[in-house]
Write a protein that binds this ligand. Structure first.
Ligand SMILES: [Zn+2]
Length: 416
């Protein structure tokens, strides 16, 4: 007979509040950028907490942290749970950290209940999920997935011009052995990640837990429209080849196509950066460069949307006598959460109502899914807000999530 697991919201709160003291902007939210002095101190704190729970702490060659509770049969592939502890600028205290602390609490609960699964349970802190320092997200999990090689990390530079490779070397990691951090399918039996929802779906439906079916993946493009630069007063409306107006029509076409695609499968389209050249009030832009970010839960839907987008942009360019160039920066494949893990999580939820949902934002689990079965568990974000000092999740909800994590890890931890 298994004992009932009761997570301690106070235990979770104290650790999240302590983590939140490692903060470069205490006057406004929380800023803890990867591998700054502040983040390094926070990593040391988390490693101490892991050791206090009796976990064996190791780091791989690029700085992902692992706290392992050795199973009864340590030769079996381990179960992972975890998230990240770096933040964007002026963020909140939950995005990422909730998953790390919930993982620690889940292991603590199982230990206190006298359980000891066959498989080793590992709390993972992935290196830099946020793209704050190098402009690329999920550095640790991308490296694990073999998505970033040595050449790539020698190219990525922070604002001071230091490469990721040099930064890691300077801090005593060994990026020359990057291959040692890459995981192969089968090496990890299952990976679970608790994360704050970062949307308001749970709150709207009055649910405290969300089971993620799929994690949307991004497609990013840089679009350059070239028209003819000329005088805003002297050039009649009939004579213009306005790069920006063409870009504006293209942006509205993106919105329209995303709305259509969204009817089939969750899809979003965003233009986040626009720059006009030369950028003066009385000059018709000769060139406009803008970004496109498409997210979707279904790769085929996203791919079809991309084809339509290219065709529409060419038509718009022709009609307006401008030229357009689309550079595809990345076209990532969304991840499906593992069916069996979802079933285990559903059972672990017991009588607690949950919402089956998808993740519009992406997480380390998107990359971990390339080498292991993954599942994600969401806890509510108040008003759907995150990446903001207003980000809030109730500690009781994280505790409930930690309980579900513990029950699920206990179940799959005894898998043959
Ligand atoms: Zn996160």
């Amino acid at each position: 007979m298994k004992k009932t697991l009761h997570a301690d919201a106070g235990w979770i709160r104290r650790r999240l509040e302590k983590i939140n003291t490692f903060n470069d902007t205490p006057e406004f939210g929380t800023t803890r950028v990867m591998l700054t002095e502040t983040e390094l101190s926070c990593r040391e704190y988390v490693k101490r907490e892991m050791r206090d729970l009796g976990l064996e702490v190791t780091e791989d060659t690029v700085g992902n942290i692992f706290g392992a509770w050795r199973g009864r049969e340590p030769s079996l592939a381990p179960i992972w749970t975890g998230s990240h502890i770096d933040t964007v600028l002026n963020a909140g205290m939950f995005d990422g950290m909730a998953g790390v602390v919930a993982g620690l609490e889940a292991v603590r609960l199982l230990k206190n209940a006298g359980e000891h699964p066959r498989r080793t349970l590992v709390v993972v802190v992935y290196l830099s999920e946020e793209p704050t320092r190098f402009g690329l997200s999920c550095l640790g999990s991308r490296i694990m997935a073999g998505d970033l090689d040595e050449r790539a990390i020698r190219t990525l530079k922070d604002k001071d011009g230091e490469t990721l490779y040099d930064l890691l070397s300077r801090l005593g990691f060994t990026p020359e052995h990057l291959a040692g951090a890459v995981k192969r399918p089968g090496e990890v039996h299952a990976a679970l990640e608790l994360h704050i929802e970062q949307s308001a779906n749970l709150e709207r439906r009055g649910k405290r837990l969300g089971l993620v079916q799929a994690i949307c993946a991004p497609t990013n493009l840089t679009v350059t429209v070239t028209g003819r630069q000329s005088h805003a007063g002297g050039t009649s409306m009939a004579d213009r080849r306005d790069a920006y107006m063409a870009a504006a029509e293209m942006s509205l076409t993106l919105e329209q196509l995303a709305r259509e695609a969204d009817k089939q499968s969750y899809t979003t389209g965003t233009v986040g950066v626009v720059s006009n050249i030369p950028g003066a009030v009385n000059v018709i832009p000769g060139k406009t460069v803008f970004s496109i970010d498409i997210r979707g839960a279904d790769f085929a839907v996203k791919d079809a949307m991309l084809s339509k987008l290219r065709a529409s942009f060419l038509k718009i360019a022709e009609k307006r006598d401008v030229s357009v160039e689309l550079v595809l920066e990345n076209h990532d494949v969304p991840a499906r959460c593992d069916g069996r893990l979802l079933e285990v999580l559903r059972l672990a939820c017991g009588s607690t109502p949950y919402l089956e949902t998808i993740s519009g934002a992406y997480h380390d689990s998107l990359f971990v899914a390339r080498f292991a079965p993954v599942a994600m568990l969401f806890v509510p974000s108040r008003n759907g807000i995150s990446h903001s000092p207003e980000e809030w999740t109730d500690f009781e909800d994280i505790a409930l999530g930690a309980q579900v994590l513990a029950a699920a890890m206990l179940q799959i931890g005894d898998d043959a």
